[in-house]
Design a protein around this ligand. Structure first.
Ligand SMILES: CC(C)(COP(=O)(O)OP(=O)(O)OC[C@H]1O[C@@H](n2cnc3c(N)ncnc32)[C@H](O)[C@@H]1OP(=O)(O)O)[C@@H](O)C(=O)NCCC(=O)NCCS
Length: 377
């Protein structure tokens, strides 16, 4: 049928001024700024401001916004209680989704008074997700909850609350920069989910909770977890070639390589590689770096020979970076959520500025009209 595109592939489903991706050139820009510059020189808090307000903050706005974000980090006793009592076998993404829905009950929503929303004021969702993830990890491991520290950046505070000790300045910067790199990526499944929910004029908490649900799916978040499973399976640099040959012979994908949109190197992967090298040298453990570099080299060589060049995407090095920062694999997708929430909120606000309820049609492939059978039970 004309106009039908499975999975909406290639369909333009809305206008946006937030994020531009040029897959051929390997460019990613937030509000026109290249990701490499933002990730190196702008904090996650200022990046969030940029995404939510459309421009970088001046010094005064930056200080005010930072204070607001840091004041909102502390978890209330109800949330700590919820984390403690959440079913043992659950995944932390289910917890995040529930916490956001629950937090909503404590907020006076202003959505019905116009296209704006008070999420830029409360900043609950951006500020509290790292605290929830850190508290989840500690409580699940029989450790005490560490309250946030206002002197620390968003990324450094997360590491502090997770590990219970202050990170080095460099570790804090790397974590913050990794969050900047994951904060936004245009109309992917979770962001589109957030916008669809926003289009019905539901609350931004409903949008974010739904977006977390979408990111939880194995086709969206989680590639860096699978990269680390692969690295663990490979084990040594020497085993890269035999492992790769066996994998390609079975048509198995090399995790963290290739991308639907980027047909050049994902600009974020260069920075992630730089951070991995730094952390590996600092820790004296070059194993992950050596395996990944060899795997990149050998995969690119073989794929180029086949005339199908592929390059590392952001997930190729990020899992190893997180691991060297002391973050367990189970938290990789929640960390993606705690970063992407800034982009989701920006899209919710943008959707409301010029809203039209999403209502696509389905191509009906069911039975023709028919009468009920005469021998109904
Ligand atoms: C992301 C992904 C689904 C894109 O796949 P795609 O749209 O088919 O990519 P391309 O069209 O550029 O692929 C061209 C060819 O390279 C192959 N290819 C792509 N990525 C590959 C990978 N990681 N390992 C081995 N071969 C790969 C494809 O199978 C295809 O071969 P074919 O023509 O024989 O079918 C794919 O690269 C992938 O599965 N990567 C690993 C998972 C991953 O890192 N996901 C996170 C993405 S952010």
């Amino acid at each position: 049928m004309e106009g039908y595109a499975k999975g909406l592939e290639g369909v333009i489903a809305g206008e946006s001024t937030i994020c531009q991706i040029n897959g051929e050139k390997g460019q990613l820009l937030y509000r026109g700024y290249p990701i490499e510059q933002l990730a190196k020189h702008v904090s996650f808090e200022d990046t969030t401001y940029l995404l939510l307000y459309g421009h970088l903050p001046n010094q005064q706005d930056s200080a005010l916004f930072r204070a607001k974000m840091r004041n909102a980090r502390e978890l209330g006793p109800q949330i700590l209680d919820m984390i403690s009592h959440f079913p043992e076998a659950s995944h932390p993404m289910e917890l995040l989704q529930s916490v956001i829905a629950y937090l909503s009950a404590y907020v006076e929503h202003r959505i019905h008074h116009g296209p704006t929303c008070n999420c830029r004021e409360t900043l609950h969702q951006v500020a509290q997700l790292p605290s929830v993830i850190a508290a989840y990890h500690r409580i699940r491991n029989g450790l005490r909850y560490i309250p946030p520290q206002k002197s620390l950046s968003h990324g450094a505070n997360f590491l502090y609350m997770l590990r219970g000790e202050l990170p080095t300045e460099e570790e804090g910067k790397i974590m913050d920069s990794a969050l900047v790199m994951h904060a936004e990526h245009a109309f992917n499944a979770s962001t589109f989910t957030a916008r669809v929910v926003a289009s019905s004029q539901s609350t931004c908490y409903s949008s974010i909770s739904a977006a977390i649900g979408s990111l939880y799916g194995s086709l969206h978040g989680g590639a860096n977890e699978r990269v680390m499973d692969m690295v663990d399976e490979i084990g040594t640099k020497e085993n890269v070639v035999p492992w790769l040959e066996a994998a390609l012979a079975k048509n198995q994908k090399v995790m963290g390589m290739g991308h639907r949109v980027y047909k050049a190197k994902d600009p974020r992967s260069n920075l992630m590689e730089e951070y991995l090298l730094y952390l590996s040298e600092q820790s004296g453990d070059m194993r992950y770096y050596d395996i990944l570099k060899e795997l990149e080299l050998q995969t690119r060589k073989r794929m180029e020979e086949k005339g199908k060049p592929i390059y590392p995407n952001v997930d190729f090095f990020s899992g190893a970076v997180y691991r060297l920062l002391g973050i367990p694999t189970k938290l990789f997708t929640p960390i993606f959520a705690m970063s992407r929430v800034s982009g989701w909120l920006a899209h919710v606000l943008e959707q409301r500025m010029d809203n039209r309820l999403y209502r696509p049609r389905a191509l009906y492939t069911g039975p023709e009209p028919r009468d009920l059978p005469s021998d109904l039970p």
